[in-house]
Design a protein. Sequence first.
Length: 310
Amino acid sequence: MVSQLLQWASAWPERIWAVEGATGLGLLLAQQLVNAGEAVVDVPATLAARARLLHTGHGRKTDALDAVSVATVAMHSRGLHQVTREDHATLLRLLADRRDELTQERRRAVNRLHRLLRDLCAGGAPTELGAEDAAALLTTIRPVTAVEQERKGMARALVADVRRLDRDLRINRKRCAEAVAASGSTLPQIFGISDVLAAKILGHTGDITRFATAQHYASYTGTAPVEASSGDIRRHRLCRAGNRSLNNALHLAARVQVMHPGLGQEHYRRKVAEHKSSREALRSLKRQLAKVVYRVLRADHDRLVAQRLT
């Protein structure tokens, strides 16, 4: 398909390809074009939809109208993201996203296991339930009816699922540590940021140079407060925009710092002493963490660039 496209486009030597959703449904095509040496820009689906409404056809969605809309946006919009080849940051993001999926699957499996054990034994199972504890508990259960036998069989299957997920999580943690080490990042040196969180931050941040300042990065992570002042009253509200994966990683790191002595805990307690609520104090700490992460990522980038030049 790509070879046919390149052959068709050979009539225009100076060309730029515009792909709608180059990080989503258009990922494969965009990467194939980039690997072929083509210049590609990513057109967000929202902009393409707005352009389609301005064309005749009452906003109907067809292949021809989609192509015209995407081309219109590419010609008249500045600042569209230039698509580059997938790099090590993409690998880190895949590992981080996979860990989130495994964690969610394990939580669902444990919840289903709790529900079955509640109906098999009086009082159910302990809240913090592991695969080995659940297996030991099942050995003490003697089902009487056919329904109880089926419940125990389903519980055994869920125990096997939890064991598999635990094994996959251990493998994922090891691969995250190896990938972060290969990146040369010093991010894990920040207290509260494990190799897993570092993989998520590095993967979802990508090229740190695309953020001009720490304020731009904080806005991208959703840790920058949104001003909601009125008249003489100055106040800020919680920002629910930004990259939620990065926001979650900074939230977890902030929670760790709050629980242990250090600069993070001191900042948190200082904000609480200023009559901030616990949530407001934690959000303030997340904002400071975003600044620290930005400075570390910029320093790592500059150091790696200097090493390649020497």
